[in-house]
Design a protein around this ligand. Structure first.
Ligand code: IMP
Length: 190
């Protein structure tokens, strides 16, 4: 089965490819010739995932799925949440985003947070969503060099290493995206 994953983020592609069975051939946006910036204007993570999947179905005709992810920090009332990518500005710079968050929390002891991923799948003209959550805490400094985005400052619950210090297989096992992808696979198998 061919399925488009509506992303060009190499890290997301790597994580998801590592989880999917070889019977599913994953195509990226580049693979289908989509070069434009897909609109993400919804006020919710779920809304953005659905918007991206709908866009690909409408403009390119492929069965597809899209993921949208946010980092929700308890003491910031769930911010940056749906605005995680542009937290420090429209450049979507991961380092600047982490610096801003560490700054916001510099005097804060309560650092509980969660990553939330929503995957929106459109297959046979039907829409289905899957949500994966990973609870943890924001560290006081960046640690590790693997992964992407906010990984160097996110300590998953029960671990003493950040996502950026863990191997991909471990992040996929306990992580938000991995949990959402497992539900997607279960759905596709039925
Ligand atoms: P989006 O889902 O690509 O819109 O991501 C929103 C923001 O969350 C971006 O700043 C990403 O870098 C970040 N992000 C998404 N997934 C992850 C992840 O698995 N780990 C760390 N940061 C992530």
């Amino acid at each position: 089965m061919k399925l488009v994953f509506a992303t060009n983020n190499p890290n997301k592609l790597k994580e998801v490819r590592a989880l999917l069975p070889s019977t599913i051939k994953l195509l990226s946006l580049t693979d289908i010739g989509c070069k434009e910036d897909i609109p993400e204007t919804s006020p919710t993570i779920e809304g953005n995932a659905i918007q991206k999947a709908n866009y690909i179905k409408e403009h390119y005709g492929y069965d597809c799925f899209a993921d949208d992810t946010g980092l929700e920090v308890e003491s910031l009332d769930g911010a940056p949440g749906v605005y995680s990518a542009r937290y420090a500005g429209k450049e979507k710079n991961a380092d600047a985003n982490m610096n801003k968050l560490l700054n916001e929390l510099s005097e804060v002891e309560h650092r509980d947070a969660q990553f939330k991923t929503v995957i929106a799948l459109i297959i046979n003209h039907k829409l289905q969503t899957f949500t994966g959550v990973c609870k943890g805490a924001i560290t006081k400094e960046k640690k590790g060099s693997s992964g992407f985005g906010y990984d160097p400052i996110f300590l998953p619950y029960g671990y003493s290493n950040t996502f950026a210090e863990l191997p991909l297989s471990e992040k996929n096992k306990i992580g938000h995206r991995g949990k959402a992808v497992q539900q997607l696979i279960k759905f596709l198998n039925h």
